[in-house]
Design a protein around this ligand. Structure first.
Ligand code: URA
Length: 174
């Protein structure tokens, strides 16, 4: 029998397939319902996520929550995770080998299990590494990472536009 999301999360919590286990306090598998229609994929856990084991709970997460509030979408209804599940040292971007190992072993299975209709790729790392093969047959929205939107007004304005498109797409698939 295949794994469910909970069993997969347990595996992630003990994972040592790449070097990032050495820099983590807690792995961050992601959270949300198994039948979520929408999946958000970020880059990697940050400091707050590393401390709590929960995705997008730090400043970038608060900014993401505000964007979702603005379009009237309940975060509990979507599945939220990142390309890699462990905090990279000094918050550096994940490396290609780390991203590929983590996607192949975990994110691919999460996408398969949740089977979302709509996938939001938050930022360049998700857009670079999540392979098209995992996205075929799904609506894909590419937008900036909330950590960038939070800092730069120009990116923030673009993200707001992207989220109003997201609102329409959510209506279409509901
Ligand atoms: N940034 C991410 O990409 N993922 C998180 O979980 C938190 C911040």
């Amino acid at each position: 029998m295949g794994l469910d999301l909970k069993a997969l999360a347990k595996k992630i919590e003990k994972c040592r397939l790449c070097r990032l286990w050495k820099s983590r306090k807690k792995a961050v598998p992601g959270e949300g319902p198994e039948n979520a229609k929408i999946m958000f994929i970020g880059q990697a856990p940050g400091k707050q996520e590393d401390a709590t084991g929960k995705p997008f709970v730090g400043k970038a997460g608060k900014f993401l929550n505000a964007l979702l509030d603005e379009i009237g979408f309940d975060r509990q209804k979507c599945f939220i995770t990142s390309v890699v599940k462990c905090f990279p040292p000094k918050n550096r971007p994940p490396r290609a080998d780390e991203a590929m190992i983590c996607i192949k072993n975990y994110l691919a299975k999460q996408i398969e299990l949740v089977n979302p209709k709509l996938v939001v790729l938050l930022g360049k790392i998700a857009q670079r590494y999540v392979p098209d093969s995992l996205l075929s047959g799904r609506i894909v929205l590419k937008t900036a990472h909330p950590a960038a939107g939070m800092r730069f007004p120009k990116i923030r304005r673009k993200m707001k536009k992207d989220f109003s498109l997201l609102k329409k797409l959510i209506k279409e698939i509901s």
